[in-house]
Design a protein around this ligand. Sequence first.
Ligand SMILES: Cc1ncc(C[n+]2csc(CCOP(=O)(O)OP(=O)(O)O)c2C)c(N)n1
Ligand code: SF4
Length: 583
Amino acid sequence: MHKEESRGPGELENQILLQALIIESTRNLKIVLRSSKTNLFMQKLLLLGAEAIAQGAIDGGMSGVYAYPGTPSTEITEYVQHFDLAKERKIHSKWSTNEKTAMEAGLGMSYAGKRAMVCMKHVGLNVAADAFINSAITGANGGLLVTVADDPSMHSSQNEQDSRFYGKFAQIPILEPASQQEAYDMAYYGFELSEKFRIPILIRITTRLAHSRAGVQRKIVLDQNEVILPSNPRQFVLLPSIAREQYKDLLNSFSGFVEESENSPFNEYFEGEDKKLGVLACGLAYNYLMENYQEESLKHPLLKIGQYPLPRKKVEKLMEECDEVLVLEDGYPIIEELLKGYLAKEKVKGRLDGTLPRDGELNPNLIAKALKLEAESDIPVVDQEILDIIKNRPPAMCVGCGHIDAYNALNEALSDYGTGRVFSDIGCYTLGALPPYNAINSCVDMGASITMAKGAADAGLIPAVSVIGDSTFTHSGITGLIDAVNEKAPITVLISDNFTTGMTGGQDSAALGKIEDICEGVGVDPEHIIVFTPLAKNHDMMVEIIKKELAYDGVSVVIPRRQCVQTTRNVELNQKIKDLNLR
Ligand SMILES: Cc1ncc(C[n+]2csc(CCOP(=O)(O)OP(=O)(O)O)c2C)c(N)n1
Ligand code: SF4
């Protein structure tokens, strides 16, 4: 028997893959082929899209991930935290206090020459925007990826903003995967792209991709970078005279970005004989499209987009050879608007002309309808039987949650003043907006509770109350508290402390053991910083305390403090709570 034939099919596949990887290695000098790791290179894993990004970044030589939790991005960092190779390689993966601190720390690691990734949910990019936009002007040293998970249809968010806008705003390249494999490949390749152009790269994913699983083929594990300072010592000094020059450099890089997109394997043109319609499908929308073509092939020309700025020549070809072009993008109609132009060319179809819904997530059925395909267009994505069981079940706080006892006390304490004066924030306690509590009147963005209460008190709504969680307080409540203290605003701030970031799954809270010190440090009178345990048996005592503080003409901080019941088995957290003597 010929030697080759004695191998199992898997081994042959591995051999082909190894050859491909060796070819690839000639393009990247940092690749090391260690024979002991060969099996690792060949590994195929079943990963969530979020995990695939983490794996791609680990294998691509990352030295640190910096993130603040937020659905649907949280699993990226959690994967790094638990992956053995990441521990072996000492990859930094501790949670940051907010997205801005994460972005800046990632930039710092890049400055020092190492590869870093920053992760957040889409609204987190609003928080990190100052650092993010300016990082396009400083540029990167070690490869820098900014992975942002968007949430079209707002499954667990306040809005459905499209982060591609931010990438365009910053004028940096964007990668948008259509599958878990591409998520892996893009994180892996993103570092190389970032270092080639010395620019941060935005990776944009959406909920469905982040939270669904598929097989992912790993590549060779690359070495991590050594510490190496930027060759230009002024690169990160954005004084106007320097920034002006660097901004010009950024503008001049654009043609290089386009050329890179033109040759990118993530932007592919598929010929099609029926040129009455051409399809341009971005990121995951490509996957939704192809779900409609499992039995028969797509007859229209198709341009699949996974890398921006758009590959101009390919887009021109599609526009020229097709009578009409249907644009599929899961998010805002960014490309559609671009192609339609100021003159709103009718030839371009999509969300703006009603061919697809103007808002919400896309799915294969909506795309089938847009293509006038009959198949399955009326079948809901989730089985009707399941929908019947789960409908009409609004989210609720867990039985035994300390926020519930705090709200019961707050509602009673406020009963003499009337409703409409409680400004809340984002966390499990936001569910206090729903019956039976009906306890809060706002939830806008992280940290807004304290500042909105202050603004309302400035307007004469006294007392005004803020309800904020411990993690949200350190994320972006502290600065608002300083404003309130500086003006001696008559507000009562309830910092409902459960020792964790409950809403996103119980991640570490940067506030642990620090809240009273922070409040005192920013100038809250220690006599008006009061801690109690929110339990039904303490109800009358809690009502009395809150009533007294509502009557105080200044800033008071009331801290209902009890561990989130979902974290009681977290051994590490329990030890920290014990060490800090928090209960
Ligand atoms: C800018 C931004 N980043 C992240 C999130 C995701 N998120 C929602 S609530 C929350 C924190 C909740 O923690 P905490 O304030 O301690 O309240 P808990 O849920 O524990 O009650 C986070 C991170 C978000 N909505 N907005
Ligand atoms: S997860 Fe924790 S904080 Fe959130 S509702 Fe449940 S017990 Fe409360």
